[in-house]
Design a protein around this ligand. Structure first.
Ligand code: HEC
Ligand code: HEC
Ligand code: HEC
Ligand code: HEC
Length: 188
């Protein structure tokens, strides 16, 4: 009986007719969606620290590639940043790095890629995740949902996944709440 009354009530429409329809959605100009590129992409930490104790970064091209200003990279056996441990499926270093120019990444067809374009490299092997990313269901976003009102920022794959060990550590369940009045008692 009460359901019937509600249905009858609806038929009468809104008490305030001006509220019956929302404001029309106007197609206007849209603000850009920008992918955040970490400024540390293509920069390696050195043992040198600044006044705040933060490691000083140096660009790959300082030591590698045709324009390298130093002879660092031609010193075989030099311990600097070697011994990278890879935990990324069965792939090898050369699946991602160009062995002839270490300032570059490379795709499977040999095309060189700047480190800043690492997302194209990830997308090559992770099609489903990249598709989800472009649809907005992987990788998160910040800023405006409605880009007619303001800009939006997307995260880069390597903001979240370290390229050499991309898996997230397993989540440890939190300890149960230390409640002074357990649920069963609170009803008693
Ligand atoms: C301060 C100098 C310096 C900088 C900066 C530097 N490298 Fe190196 N890199 C070296 C040296 C020295 C080696 C070891 C000698 C060699 O293999 O040529 C090396 C080795 C490597 C190797 C081979 C590692 C291995 O275990 O076989 C890769 C790949 C590499 N560098 C990539 C990079 C990338 C990418 C960057 C920037 C993010 C970078 N390097 C920045 C000096 C540098
Ligand atoms: C899935 C792709 C991928 C694979 C496989 C890979 N790398 Fe990298 N590597 C990257 C990317 C992307 C960066 C740039 C990271 C940055 O600058 O923040 C990088 C950075 C580096 C650097 C610069 C310093 C550092 O540690 O960030 C070195 C050295 C390096 N890689 C060596 C190697 C070696 C050696 C292997 C194989 C054992 C390897 N990489 C395998 C993608 C890869
Ligand atoms: C050359 C192909 C290739 C490239 C390039 C590549 N991956 Fe992978 N990735 C793999 C393979 C193979 C696996 C392992 C899949 C498995 O074990 O089921 C993997 C696994 C992963 C995983 C899941 C790890 C886990 O164990 O749960 C993540 C996350 C990932 N990759 C992120 C990235 C990111 C970010 C990049 C770009 C920096 C990248 N991958 C580039 C081939 C690649
Ligand atoms: C905001 C952080 C974030 C960003 C950005 C991000 N991912 Fe992920 N990714 C995750 C999380 C969280 C998981 C789930 C990890 C788990 O289940 O343990 C995941 C899982 C994955 C996996 C493992 C397979 C799966 O679906 O569980 C792959 C491969 C992957 N991401 C690739 C990518 C690629 C490629 C990009 C860039 C286009 C990217 N991710 C951007 C957070 C991120």
């Amino acid at each position: 009986m009460s359901t019937l009354l509600v249905l009858l009530g609806c038929q009468a429409g809104f008490a305030d007719p001006s509220r019956e329809f929302g404001a029309p959605v106007l197609e206007g100009e849209r603000f850009p969606t920008e992918v955040h590129t970490p400024t540390t992409l293509g920069v390696v930490d050195t043992p040198v620290t600044d006044v705040h104790g933060t490691p000083v970064g140096v660009a790959c091209a300082t030591c590698h590639g045709p324009d390298a200003a130093t002879a660092w990279a031609s010193r075989p056996g030099e311990p600097f940043h070697t011994g990278v441990e890879l935990h990324h499926g069965p792939i090898t270093c050369a699946s991602c790095h160009d062995p002839d120019d270490r300032t570059k990444l490379r795709l499977a067809d040999g095309t060189g890629l700047d480190l800043a374009d690492a997302m194209t490299l990830c997308a090559q092997c992770h099609g489903p995740q990249f598709r989800d990313y472009t649809h907005g269901s992987h990788g998160g976003m910040a800023g405006y949902w409605d880009t007619r009102r303001g800009p939006r920022t997307r995260n880069h794959c390597v903001d979240c996944h370290a390229p050499h060990a991309p898996a997230y550590a397993p989540v440890v369940p939190a300890a149960p709440a230390n409640d002074r009045t357990p649920l069963e008692d609170s009803h008693g």
